[in-house]
Design a protein around this ligand. Structure first.
Ligand code: ZN
Length: 472
């Protein structure tokens, strides 16, 4: 008999963390950061509710920080084992965790300046770049589909989840000997984050048909995405309008996934001789590093997009979209300020809370002919959200900037499966269907998905509770 205890991504979508205990081993699945408002993020500082030094291994579904971002803290608290993930996730994790540590170092410097002035003692960040290095040394990337022994009684197998490069559905096979000494296996399936089957470059989530228990994400459990063609038509229309008005197109983008999808879509337009803008700049060292990792893992792209790339003799995104230029240095980034129109500039951060995009907004927001294209979720309190909400004036680098540019919100690009895609994925499980627990979703999404599962598949799903322990 094995147990699983839910320690995160239960009441909300961040801080994924599940402890699995068997007769002979204890492993952790996911070790994510809590992200959001300050009360949510405060939870990262609390010690883990288990002894990190007694864990035998960690299994990671994908590189996003809400799944991986507390790993360096786990190492700081004494974890000695190996962290298993797919090969692409191991490479992306290097970029993500280093960026996370750098952001923490920058934030803490700011906090400590204020504390010093207030006569308070300095505080240290959640972890440092050295902790990240120690974490990366413990990572082991394995191939999709290959069953890997990770402890004496647990094997893991990763199946493509189609969410970001390297993302996986996790299958855990637990040896479970009964009282009579008979050998049996129990299988746990965890979806990780399931991808949107319309997304570019990535494959559809792999179908799974059997399990003894299923943990399923429910981020979009209450809604469906717009059809892809509608989103692409909207995207193309915005580029057309920008070409007519003669302004730049500024796209605040997330470095992992969304950026590569946009580059692929821009390339499609270029290949059809429809892209009017003469230059596309990728102005984010992190997004550039990630795009290069995507290139190295083209063997795990979907067949259709691989064929398009091959037919265009595009061995890289630079060949697929020859107008693409990387702005690596701050000087190269600043040089973009001289473009008053005709360029597409993709820069982070995705919610305009930092990074280089602020400078481009400063130089373009006030221009009537400019277009700002918002392609991802904007949290409350961020500059991106203020733009989406129709702010007439914003403050950037101590200056008041009027918002004269056209702001577009394009919600159709999503890295998550919508409700009908979640149901479609779940429908492949054989009957009698195993116990199903919903995680990683806002309360409304989860309850809506419970109803849909019941109505469409006659499958009773349970909403997982924080610190709840289940047996399987
Ligand atoms: Zn994710």
């Amino acid at each position: 008999m094995a147990t699983l205890t839910f320690y995160g991504a239960v009441t909300d979508v961040t801080g994924s963390c599940y402890l699995i205990e068997t007769q002979h081993s204890r492993i952790l699945m996911e070790c994510g950061l809590f992200q959001g408002d300050s009360a949510t993020e405060k939870q990262n500082e609390a010690p883990f509710p288990f002894d990190a030094s007694t864990l035998d291994a960690v299994v990671l579904s994908h590189a996003h920080l809400d799944h991986s971002g507390r790993l360096p803290k786990l190492i700081k608290e004494g974890f000695q084992g190996v962290i298993y993930m797919t090969r692409a996730t191991a490479e992306l994790l290097d970029v993500m965790l280093k960026d996370s540590a750098n952001l923490m170092a920058r934030d803490i410097e700011w906090v400590n300046k204020r504390r010093k002035r207030a006569g308070k003692p300095e505080v240290s960040p959640l972890y440092s770049i050295e902790d990240v290095e120690a974490t990366l040394n413990k990572c082991r990337g394995i191939y999709y589909q290959k069953q890997q022994k990770i402890t004496t009684d647990i094997n893991v197998r990763f199946q493509d989840a189609g969410h970001i490069l390297g993302s996986a559905i996790v299958e855990l096979f637990v040896k479970d000997d009964n009282a009579k000494g008979e050998h049996r296996h129990k299988k746990l399936v965890f979806t990780g984050d399931l991808g949107n089957s319309c997304a570019a470059l990535l494959r559809d989530p792999e179908t799974i048909t059997d399990a003894d228990v299923v943990l399923m994400e429910s981020t979009y459990g209450d809604r469906n995405h717009k059809p892809l063609q509608e989103t692409l038509d909207e995207f193309n229309q915005i580029l057309e309008d920008a070409a007519v008005s003669g302004g730049n197109v500024i796209i605040p983008a997330f470095a992992v996934g969304r950026t590569q999808e946009l580059l692929f879509r821009l390339g499609e337009r270029y290949q059809d001789n429809k892209l009017k803008q003469q230059a596309v700049f990728l102005d984010s060292p992190m997004a550039i590093a990630t795009t290069e990792i995507y290139h190295r893992f083209q063997d795990i792209f979907n067949d259709e997009d691989t064929l398009s790339l091959r037919q265009a003799h595009a061995s890289s995104l630079h060949r697929w979209l020859p107008t693409l230029q990387y702005s690596r240095t701050p000087e190269e980034s600043m040089a973009l300020n001289r473009f008053t129109g005709g360029a597409i500039i993709i820069a982070g951060s995705g919610m305009c809370t930092g990074g280089r995009v602020g400078h481009h907004l400063k130089h373009n927001l006030w221009r009537r002919e400019a277009h700002i294209l918002i392609v991802g979720y904007q949290a409350r309190g961020t500059l991106g959200r203020r733009l989406v909400d129709g702010a007439k004036v914003v403050h950037l680098f101590g200056e008041e900037i009027s918002v004269n540019a056209t702001i577009h919100t394009l919600g159709g690009f999503s890295a998550h499966a919508g409700q009908s895609q979640l149901l479609q994925w779940a429908s492949h499980f054989h009957k009698p269907r195993p116990p199903l627990y919903l995680v990683h979703g806002e309360p409304e999404s989860k309850s809506s998905l419970v109803k849909a599962l019941q109505n469409e598949l006659q499958w009773h799903g349970t909403i997982a509770q924080d610190r709840q322990t289940i047996t399987f």
